[in-house]
Write a protein that binds this ligand. Structure first.
Ligand code: ZN
Length: 89
């Protein structure tokens, strides 16, 4: 009985595949997605900065109306007012 349990525990069980492979690939794609997201975020911030430079910051790029202050506080790089942003999606 004891010998049976020991041999079960010592046998190479279900880890025949490389456990690192799929995990690394998954993490790599996750990192790539995060990187893409950050790049897009940076582009939006860049656009916001250039709007500050041209004096159009806080103005909706679509309808030309003011972007609500609360929205700018939540999304400082917002280029559309809440109405237009909702319409795009
Ligand atoms: Zn608008």
């Amino acid at each position: 009985m004891g010998a049976f349990l020991t041999s079960r525990r010592d046998s190479p069980t279900d880890d025949e595949h490389d456990p690192e492979g799929p995990t690394l690939a998954f993490e790599r794609s996750q990192s790539q997605a995060m990187l893409d997201q950050s790049r897009q975020h940076l582009a939006e911030i860049d656009a916001a900065l250039s709007r500050i430079a041209t004096g159009t910051y806080g103005r909706c790029a679509s309808c030309g109306g003011d972007i609500a202050l609360g929205r700018l506080q939540a999304r400082p790089h917002a280029g559309l007012c809440i109405t237009c942003a909702g319409r795009v999606r």
